[in-house]
Design a protein around this ligand. Sequence first.
Ligand SMILES: [Zn+2]
Length: 117
Amino acid sequence: MINTSPMQKLKMIPCVKCGAMMPELRLTQYGYNYCVNCSTEKPLVARFHTTGKGEDIMTGIQIMDQNTAVRLAEMDNASSGLKENIDLEMLDYDKDESAANQTQKEGIHNTMNSEDN
Ligand SMILES: [Zn+2]
């Protein structure tokens, strides 16, 4: 009789950064060789901005960490005469899903880049 407890099915490997055990899936599926604790400590921020006027309005999205986003928002607010509208959206994902969402975000990012061309 083969013992198929969940613990044995899920192979664990050590995080390269802190040495904590993490599911090997994280490396094989998502390409991260470090654990969730060593990945982005704060949720990333999607920064939407629109520039231009009339028919030439363009919308862009930037993905960055919260510190950067807050700093940029402060700068934008300081020079409030600007015609750029900033809308910060905190991406507060569950840590377990962060790897999958990171892939999604890269997809969004690529889409926006290609529109620039
Ligand atoms: Zn770690």
